[in-house]
Ligand binder design. Structure first.
Ligand code: ADP
Length: 165
């Protein structure tokens, strides 16, 4: 296991400035970040894997991050972390409502491998009420979302949702 490798799993459905800001901050702290599109079995995803990876790539290019690898996985996050020999799993915390969920996830992961630490970073205050759900709902109503996602991502969100109408 390598202490300087972190994995950052998100549904990326779509990825927002909130997710991207955490990514950018993590990229400054770790030698390597695997930003991975996760398939949460409890969530139905609005965008295909290809679409989600492409939106994630847009942020990596925007921030010019050279130590971030975009990837995806099936199955438990902790198994993926073990496969990549990562020392950490990174999650973002917006509020106390995220906290309970994250605590449960971290406990589940720890039950499988206690060597991999889950760490949380706090969302910047202006991103603390931003969610992928909010972005999707506004886009479905044809409202502006460019304050919440990268402009190129906004285009992909509208296009992806139209395809599914
Ligand atoms: P999940 O991976 O739980 O299906 P998300 O992809 O939305 O859902 O979230 C991935 C991680 O990013 C979680 O740790 C979540 O709390 C965090 N996150 C979500 N939105 C934001 C935001 N606006 N700012 C910071 N972190 C966020």
């Amino acid at each position: 296991m390598q202490k300087n490798i972190v994995i950052y799993p998100t549904s990326a459905n779509p990825p927002t400035w909130g997710h991207a800001d955490i990514l950018n901050r993590a990229a400054k702290m770790f030698e390597k970040v695997y930003w991975t599109a996760a398939n949460n079995p409890g969530k139905s995803l609005a965008f295909s894997l290809e679409e989600r990876l492409s939106m994630m790539q847009d942020y990596v290019q925007y921030y010019k991050l050279t130590n971030v690898v975009i990837d995806h996985f099936e199955g438990a996050t902790i198994r993926y972390a073990m496969e990549k020999e990562a020392g950490f799993i990174l999650r973002g915390l917006r509020s106390t409502s995220d906290f309970h969920f994250e605590l449960e996830l971290a406990t589940g992961n720890r039950g499988i491998d206690k060597e991999v630490e889950t760490i949380c970073m706090f969302a910047k205050p202006h991103f603390a009420t931003l969610s992928s759900t909010l972005v999707r709902e506004l886009a479905m109503l044809d409202e502006k979302i460019t304050q919440y996602v990268l402009p190129s991502v906004a285009e992909k969100v509208y296009r992806g949702l139209k395809k599914r109408e």
